[in-house]
Design a protein around this ligand. Structure first.
Ligand code: NAG
Ligand code: NAG
Ligand code: ZN
Length: 471
């Protein structure tokens, strides 16, 4: 997630009763299975599931072939993957996802920005659906698993349930979100932010251009979207449109692998903020201008970077993090005093207020440093300042039950990277399932998740969807 590459320009920011064919001696068994599933007593009229958790089987070889095939839609040589929004390879990858949704018997729908929805209609189609999904776009020279596991894995979870004979009560829906990565237009989670009803974004996108001055709308049209309307607000979904939303994702960190735990149940997604800052000084010759006469924009940036670290550490919580990931000096010559610096800061916390305190302190420091050093703070822009998201307690308990029935251990954890779930949480109760990934690597070609871990993740997802669908 969240790497800016090509000079991003803008940022602001379940149950049909399966007829029970069993005779009376099997009746009680079937009833138990139902109770295990739904967590509700199977009182009349009983809905009998025709499968038990131990009958769920993942076609892991098939899924791995799909992961390989999807990774071939790439603008970088294997094993690296580069798949940028609305590029030719992205369009081909989307076609592939839709073909898999079709094979799974899902009815497909796409919105104006290319979020793709595949629905398995439930027996009570008027009830709000249970949704699951993730993204398939990939930053330059990244890997095969980030996002992909949550899309291909979701389609396989549907196939797992279909093979087991399950019938959903609430409809189940797989979502492939458009542009989780900010690579092309500088906006992360573009599809899910819009689904969550971000009006500012819908307006800003009409002006957005990529690093090659291609407008968002032109790019979207070239991929077959935004055809009849400039009104991107058609993408918005109403609050509680979904009964619940679940995302399966690789951890992108080392904890699960290190601790040998196959499943992470996410309790919260940290709140990200980013800030863009410019300092301006007079610059000058590195030999001729004596120290007292200088107002060095580079030193202002350096001092601010250390202040960011201090403010983050002063929060007293190791959930607070801050990174100065961009620091550009102009003109960038060894014998020239920096006359301008551009600094970008990312800070996050699971506690929004504490994160905001850090943002305020960074602002105060920037003002003070500029004053002390006689440089101009020509820009202090909070690019985005998103609230954190808490997972739904009821979804967490459903996932816990699912892991228990599947005999896989789990750990409750925080997602420190953000995901489409951060935005889906604004319109739906949300939950996330993490699986381990090799050494925590992500956003590089070495990204890897084992077949066993993927299969566990898909099973937990499938059982969780089944249970939620029955609520
Ligand atoms: C979990 O373990 C129990 C007891 O060993 C067993 O009866 C059950 O079938 C297992 N469930 C799965 C899904 O493997
Ligand atoms: C980008 O394209 C617009 C409209 O085509 C044009 O007016 C503008 O000058 C271009 N900007 C650059 C930097 O090329
Ligand atoms: Zn991702």
């Amino acid at each position: 997630m969240e790497t800016k590459i090509f000079q991003p320009f803008l940022l602001l920011f379940l149950a049909i009763s399966i007829p029970c064919l069993s005779d009376a001696s099997h009746e009680e068994h079937a009833r138990k299975t139902m109770e295990e599933f739904s967590g509700y007593p199977a009182d009349s009229p009983p809905h009998h599931y025709s499968f038990s958790p131990s009958s769920l089987s993942v076609d892991i070889q098939g899924l791995q072939r799909q992961i390989e095939e999807l990774s071939s839609f790439s603008d970088a040589p294997a094993p690296a993957v580069t798949r940028i929004l609305y590029s030719q390879k992205d369009v081909l990858a989307r076609r592939y996802i839709k073909s898999l949704m079709e094979q799974a018997g899902l009815s497909i729908h796409e919105d104006a920005v290319g979020n793709i929805f595949g629905r398995w209609g439930g027996t009570e189609a008027a009830l709000s659906a249970v949704a699951t999904g993730s993204h398939i776009d990939a930053i330059p020279y990244s890997g095969k698993y980030d996002g992909v596991i949550g899309v291909l894995g979701a389609i396989e979870a549907i196939n797992v349930l279909k093979r087991s004979g399950f019938q959903p009560k609430r409809s189940l829906e797989v979502i492939m979100f458009t542009s989780e990565e900010p690579t092309r237009f500088g906006i992360s989670c573009l599809g899910s932010r819009l689904l969550a009803g971000n009006e500012e974004l819908a307006i800003a996108l009409k002006q957005a251009v990529d690093g090659k001055n291609i407008s968002f709308l032109e790019a979207a049209r070239s991929a077959g979207y935004a055809v009849h309307e400039d009104d991107l607000s058609s993408v918005f979904l109403k609050k509680d449109y979904y009964f619940s939303f679940i995302e399966l994702h690789i951890e992108q960190g080392p904890i699960l692998e290190e601790e040998g735990i196959p499943i992470g149940i996410v309790t919260a997604i940290a709140a990200p903020a980013s800030i863009s800052i410019d300092f301006e000084g007079n610059g000058g010759h590195a030999g001729a201008v004596l120290m007292p006469a200088r107002n060095d924009a580079g030193l202002a940036a350096a001092e601010l970077a250390l202040a960011v670290e201090k403010h983050v550490l002063d929060s007293g919580s190791f959930d607070t993090v801050g990174t100065v990931g961009v620091m550009e000096l102009h003109p960038g010559a060894v014998n020239s005093i920096p006359s301008r610096t551009h600094v970008e800061i990312d800070t996050r916390d699971i506690d929004e207020e504490r994160r905001n305190v850090v943002v305020n302190k960074i602002h105060q420091s920037a003002v003070r440093i500029a004053e002390n050093r006689g440089v101009k703070l020509s820009k202090f822009k909070i690019v985005n300042q998103d609230p954190p998201a808490l997972s739904s307690n009821s979804i967490i308990s459903t996932m816990r039950e699912a892991t228990k029935q599947l005999n896989v251990s789990f750990k409750l954890m925080i997602s420190r990277a953000y995901h489409d779930s951060l935005f889906m949480a604004r319109i739906s109760p949300m939950g996330m399932i993490f699986i381990p990934c090799y050494k925590g690597y992500s956003h590089k070609p070495e990204e890897f998740a084992s077949a066993q871990d993927i299969a566990n993740g898909v099973k937990v997802l499938a059982l969780t969807l089944a249970k939620l669908s029955a609520e």
